[in-house]
Design a protein around this ligand. Structure first.
Ligand SMILES: Cc1cc2nc3c(=O)[nH]c(=O)nc-3n(C[C@H](O)[C@H](O)[C@H](O)COP(=O)(O)O)c2cc1C
Length: 340
């Protein structure tokens, strides 16, 4: 069977679910996945999610409308389950007839899933463990994303390779997409052969022409190796830090010093526990914007996955997608040749 034929067969479920040419998702990236990037993804034949984490309902409606002006292909919205205006954001998605919503940064309640489904929306969510995947399927989720710790942004503790083995063989009721550390067709082919419906990627699209980040952010990506995409360090178990993967820079050093200082002040009785925790939590507030919009890649948070090491030059989204698809077909063909 040709690589093309095998690719078509293995990706049928994912393509049918997404309504796209290819079984690939451009994962939402806070402050980055706006109408420019998402419409470019849709026009290149993959599925993009708008990031709504920093938007209010009217801001989201505006982004959806702008995206629709630039593409007539399907795209979705990423909603943060702890967003204070979640109800309003869900209503906008239903009113604007968004086809797919992914509920992120927490496990969605059955009510959230039901509300969106009753509004005609297909609902996805992240499954960080098999028990959660099973619970989400029972609660009516339409598809799952399993995202390993290699990925950029907020991360869980388990790698993509381990999550794939823990979850893929046991969830057959709904499509499961794999994310985290994917940047070549070789890995897309392997994911499809292991039973994934497709792959979600973020980091590989950040250096693209259409990506609306400051030039310095893109250049930092082209320069970086995989080992430079590190997770935020936690200095004490009393002061938990939500792990985020971003490029090593001055901000990482300052964060360690900041934690040390705050912890010392707390231990000397100069500050109550709650206040110390808030001071540590607030360190990164606004820091993604600093890097994405102002181009301050030393003091801002340059969120990036480990696959950043393979992002070496600017390409259009179309070029990246075509390269990934070609590589996937070649890998599938090579794998068949090895079996002969
Ligand atoms: C800069 C950046 C910001 C991100 N922001 C979000 C976000 O707001 N919501 C979300 O669900 N995932 C977010 N992610 C994760 C992506 O949607 C995607 O799942 C991830 O990038 C896949 O792993 P990869 O980075 O190895 O490709 C972000 C990733 C990056 C690189």
């Amino acid at each position: 069977m040709s690589g093309q034929k095998l690719f078509e067969q293995l990706s049928a479920k994912g393509r049918a679910f997404l309504g796209t040419t290819y079984p690939l998702i451009g994962g939402a990236m806070a402050s980055i996945s706006t109408h420019q990037l998402v419409s470019a993804m849709a026009n290149a034949g993959i599925f993009g999610f708008l990031a709504a984490g920093f938007l209010n309902p009217e801001g989201l409606r505006e982004e959806i409308k702008k995206t629709k002006e630039l593409t007539n292909r399907p795209f979705g919205v990423n909603l943060i389950v702890l967003h204070p205006e979640l109800e309003g954001l869900m209503n906008v998605c239903i009113e604007e007839k968004v086809s797919h919503v992914i509920l992120a940064s927490g496990v969605p309640s059955p009510e959230m899933i039901t509300k969106l489904k009753n509004g005609g929306v297909k609902v996805l969510s992240f499954a960080p463990a098999l028990t959660i995947a099973k619970r989400l399927v029972k609660n009516g989720i339409d598809a799952l994303v399993i995202e390993g710790s290699e990925s950029g942004g907020h991360i869980g503790p388990v790698s993509t390779v381990v999550l794939m083995q823990e979850i893929l063989p046991y969830i057959t009721e709904v499509p499961v997409f794999v994310a985290g550390g994917i940047g070549t067709g070789m890995m897309i082919a392997a994911s499809l052969l292991l039973g994934a419906a497709g792959c979600q990627m973020g980091t590989v699209f950040v250096g693209s022409t259409e990506c609306p980040v400051h030039e310095n952010y893109k250049k930092a990506f082209y320069r970086a190796s995989s080992r430079h995409a590190v997770q935020t360090t936690q200095m004490s178990p009393t002061f938990p830090v939500i792990p985020v993967r971003s490029l090593e820079n001055k901000a990482h050093e300052k964060f360690s010093l900041h934690q040390k200082e705050v912890i010392e002040r707390y231990e000397n009785g100069e500050m109550p526990l709650e206040e110390a925790r808030i001071q540590i939590e607030q360190f990164w507030a606004g820091s993604l914007g600093k890097a994405v919009r102002d181009g301050d890649v030393e003091n801002g948070s340059v969120m990036a996955g480990q696959i950043v090491g393979l992002v070496k030059k600017e390409e259009t989204i179309q070029q990246t997608v075509e390269r990934l698809v070609d590589e996937t077909k070649i890998s599938l063909e090579n794998m068949q040749r090895m079996l002969k």
